[in-house]
Design a binder for this molecule. Structure first.
Ligand SMILES: Nc1nc2c(ncn2[C@@H]2O[C@H](COP(=O)(O)OP(=O)(O)OP(=O)(O)O)[C@@H](O)[C@H]2O)c(=O)[nH]1
Ligand SMILES: [Mg+2]
Ligand SMILES: [Zn+2]
Length: 321
């Protein structure tokens, strides 16, 4: 395939890594080049700390000394997250993905169920299909495995695919590979769950850095520090990302949360009020679901927690002077 150009003769590529000041771009011929952003580039309305992310399709020009990105294509979708340091800033994580894989582990580090529900708040609003990858299953005894499967059945019931994996026993690696095949996938999850190890297990010569077991303390350190897209031999594009520490939602309002707990949204039509937030409203189908057991108590509790957090953040904003 030759170079693809826009009507101003600029060449097309995809951002595979961004360090803040530099972008690593894969050209349409498969070459890897470093580029800077032109001083003036037309941005969209999205207010983010970084203008471009891994996965963005860009148009660039080259002279003897520099490669300059001038524009980018409208995004099919994107994933943003509230910056952990500045709560008013949104950070663009990735663009134009086909799916997300949330890597979780029942042990080492242990899983907080609320984290899954929080993560889904970053993919559900953009209809990005999410698969839950339960890694390190080699560490589980029979009873722990049964308990894990029982917990995950909740998510399967909601329509999320669940895959059990281990880079040690190699369980589930073929299934994981098939899931990734011919797609661009975001690989996300807390630090130390084995995101980079899983990708290495599919293609060992990639040599992504992973945490040494001797260094492992379960928190504080991130082995992967920048999101980066890798093209795997079997025809998959994966975006390995740094571990997520916290997920907050300054960018959402309570209605967004209600709309993106998919089983709540499904029932909204049966609530008495069309704008029901499923809290104190009468004749609420979600609260009825809690009573008859068709809605999980844990999901509802996490929903209330996220709503409370958003409201208290807004409260402080209104009362700040
Ligand atoms: N027992 C066991 N250990 C695993 C498995 N997968 C990964 N590990 C170990 O878990 C630790 C963390 O793995 P990484 O691949 O660095 O984790 P990560 O999610 O990429 O971490 P960050 O880059 O910091 O976000 C390493 O010591 C791996 O060897 C697994 O399936 N079973
Ligand atoms: Mg990593
Ligand atoms: Zn309701």
């Amino acid at each position: 395939m030759g170079e693809i150009q826009d009507n101003q003769g600029r060449k097309k590529g995809v951002v595979i890594k961004s360090t803040g000041s530099w972008y690593v771009v894969e050209t349409s011929e498969g070459k890897i080049i470093q580029a800077r952003l032109a001083g003036r580039i037309k941005m969209d309305d999205l207010k983010t700390t970084n203008p471009l992310a891994v996965g963005d399709i860009v148009y660039y020009s080259q002279d003897e000394s520099d490669t300059t990105i001038h524009s980018f294509e409208p995004r099919k979708n994107f994933i943003v997250r509230q910056s952990p340091r500045k709560k008013h800033d949104m950070h663009l994580i990735a663009a134009n993905v086909d799916q997300a894989c949330l890597i979780i582990t029942p042990k080492s580090p242990s899983l907080k169920l609320g984290f899954i529900d929080r993560f889904l708040m970053t993919t559900e609003p953009r209809d990005i299909e999410t698969t839950l990858i339960v890694n390190k299953v080699d560490l589980l005894n029979g009873a722990e495995r049964a308990l894990t499967e029982e917990i995950m059945a909740l998510y399967e019931g909601l329509g999320y695919k669940v895959v059990y994996t281990s880079t040690v026993s190699r369980e589930g690696l073929e299934e994981f590979k098939m899931l990734l095949s011919a797609k661009t996938s975001l690989i996300s999850g807390q630090s130390g769950v084995g995101k980079s190890s899983l990708v290495n297990a599919l293609q060992p010569d990639l040599w992504l850095p992973t945490q040494e077991i001797s260094d492992y303390n379960g928190k504080g350190t991130h082995t992967t520090t920048f999101a980066e897209m890798h093209l795997l031999e079997f025809g998959a594009r994966i975006i390995d990302t740094p571990g997520i520490k916290t997920l907050s939602f300054n960018n959402l309002v309570v209605e967004d949360v209600a709309h993106n707990f998919r089983e709540f949204f499904e029932r909204l039509g049966d609530c008495k009020f069309s704008n029901c937030l499923h809290r104190n409203e009468p004749n609420c189908a979600v609260k009825q679901g809690l009573i008859d057991g068709s809605i999980a108590e844990t999901r509802y509790q996490h929903y209330l927690q996220i709503c409370d957090e958003i409201e208290s953040q807004n409260y402080w904003e209104i009362h700040e002077d």
